[in-house]
Design a binder for this molecule. Structure first.
Ligand SMILES: CC(C)(COP(=O)(O)OP(=O)(O)OC[C@H]1O[C@@H](n2cnc3c(N)ncnc32)[C@H](O)[C@@H]1OP(=O)(O)O)[C@@H](O)C(=O)NCCC(=O)NCCS
Length: 145
């Protein structure tokens, strides 16, 4: 563990930013169950994990949640793949991960933290995320993959 890693316990649950602890098969299974991650391959997930700041939440040996921030560690972060296993939802794990990412020592002082969500707005609004920032228009270049 290094100083900039997050390791926290809540009852039987353990949250960690240690990439080495991630169970990529469990993450892939959760993503394949989501409305956005059905097409993610193991190779793509491995590259994404390697190049993101990642969090896992564990119940014993079982990984029950995952989230990551794509970031330059200086000005910007994009939170994505925030997901909790179906049978572990509604216990505050999603909120814990968002809170932990926002507290992470490597994500302090950024100018902008962004995310896209279809139906989990209330989760993020609790932490101050808003829609429609003034004087800006969201644009994207979409690629079919
Ligand atoms: C969204 C998700 C990560 C929340 O995780 P969770 O551990 O169940 O969330 P929490 O128990 O911390 O609840 C957080 C808040 O978000 C709300 N919330 C959770 N899931 C929600 C959903 N799908 N739609 C609307 N609100 C939701 C809860 O009501 C709760 O509000 P409260 O604190 O006022 O009661 C989880 O439901 C999930 O994995 N969903 C499928 C994947 C997904 O949609 N991820 C978000 C991508 S942006």
């Amino acid at each position: 563990m290094n100083d900039r890693q997050i390791d926290e316990r809540r009852g039987a649950l353990y949250l960690s930013s240690d990439r080495g602890r991630l169970d990529l098969d469990a993450v892939l299974a959760m993503l394949h169950d989501s409305h956005w991650g059905g097409g993610v391959t193991r190779d793509v997930l491995e590259r994404a994990v390697e190049n993101s700041l990642c969090l896992g939440v564990y119940h014993g040996d079982r990984q029950v949640a995952f989230a990551r921030a794509v970031t330059d560690l200086a000005t910007y972060a994009y939170l994505t793949d925030v997901i909790v296993a179906q049978d572990a939802r509604g216990q505050g794990i999603g909120s814990w991960m968002v809170d932990a990412l926002l507290r992470h020592p490597d994500l302090q002082g950024l100018r902008r933290i962004a995310l896209l969500t279809r139906d989990a707005r209330t989760l993020y609004e609790k932490f101050g995320f808003t829609t429609d920032p003034p004087r800006s228009t969201y644009m994207e270049l979409r690629k079919a993959i």
